[in-house]
Design a protein around this ligand. Structure first.
Ligand code: ZN
Length: 305
């Protein structure tokens, strides 16, 4: 029986899971993230993955889990958008709850997405690059010499919560002027509502900006500039070869890019420029594909926990 990687992508609104062969999801499904405990969610997903595997006639080689927060030594250290009970969960817990008899590796979602792009997407052959995921929130990570840069607890490179404005707006993390508070999908919708009194989501605001709506254009310009300040920090710290942009808001890169490039090119040192900004290639499944790849690598190198 063929052994393949299984992958789980835990997010604030849904938990996606798949059986993965390289960059391909052979089977996949998702469950909403409810108020249920991490244990009961994982105990539900284990048999669903086992049934998928039975239908495909495959067995698990290793399981990769993408988590919505920094992971320290296999433990989810921080997860602001998750119900209580997820923080402190460990790969050992996940392994026991899933009960699939295969080694489990876990890492922060932006790093898993970056690894997916490194292995199969826009980061192929690029040893040092930054991965930015733009959606309802903002995630970021650095792949350095082909490895995710973890730092002390896996939070390295997380530019979503880099503060770039001392005057606000207030971020969900409680601080003022984080990139996420200005440039996430949620922030874009909020700022357009404040300026125009119209409640639209970020994609609809983008459509208005393209149609010539000045207020929508201002909101996207400011979002791009906040992201540019974050990219400049990455450029100075890690000297990456390129920035790969994924997440649902990557579809509005045309609106964000001018502000991003203007601020990046003004703030970063010439030796760290140019820093090309390119769209991700794997789309929504990037964290699943990266998690499966990380699980595969862990088995190859024997570094599973
Ligand atoms: Zn913040």
């Amino acid at each position: 029986m063929c052994a393949l990687e299984y992958a789980i992508d835990v997010g604030g609104t849904k938990i996606a899971f798949a059986i993965v062969d390289g960059a391909h999801l052979l089977a996949h499904d998702a469950r909403p993230t409810s108020g249920e405990s991490a244990q009961s969610q994982m105990e539900a997903i284990g048999p669903l993955l086992a049934e998928m595997a039975r239908q495909l006639g495959v067995a698990p080689k290793a399981i990769g889990i993408s988590l919505p927060g920094p992971v320290l030594a296999g433990t989810l250290a921080h997860a602001p958008n998750m119900p209580p009970g997820w923080i402190g969960s460990t790969v050992g817990d996940f392994s026991r709850w899933l009960d699939l008899q295969a080694p489990v590796v876990a890492q922060r979602d932006a790093l898993m997405g970056g690894l997916g792009e490194y292995a199969f997407g826009a980061g192929r052959g690029r040893f040092t690059f930054a991965y930015l995921t733009l959606g309802t929130g903002i995630g970021g990570g650095l792949i350095v010499d082909g490895q995710p840069l973890l730092g002390k607890n896996g939070a390295a490179g997380e530019i979503g919560h880099l503060s770039v404005s001392r005057t606000g707006p207030r971020c969900s993390c409680g601080r003022l002027g984080c990139v996420e508070a200005i440039a996430s999908g949620t922030a874009i919708a909020k700022q357009y509502l404040a300026k125009s009194r119209k409640a639209l989501d970020a994609a609809a605001v983008a459509a208005r900006a393209r149609a010539g709506d000045r207020l929508a254009q201002v909101v996207y310009r400011q979002a791009g500039e906040a992201l540019g300040a974050g990219l400049a920090a990455w450029a100075q710290v890690a000297n990456p070869e390129l920035v790969v942009v994924g997440g649902s808001l990557a579809q509005s890169l045309d609106l964000l890019r001018p502000g991003m490039e203007r601020v990046l090119n003004k703030r970063a040192w010439a030796a760290n420029l140019p820093l090309p900004i390119v769209p991700a290639e794997l789309g929504g499944p990037a964290p699943l594909i990266g998690a499966a790849w990380a699980a595969h690598q862990a088995v190859v190198t024997g570094r599973t926990t």
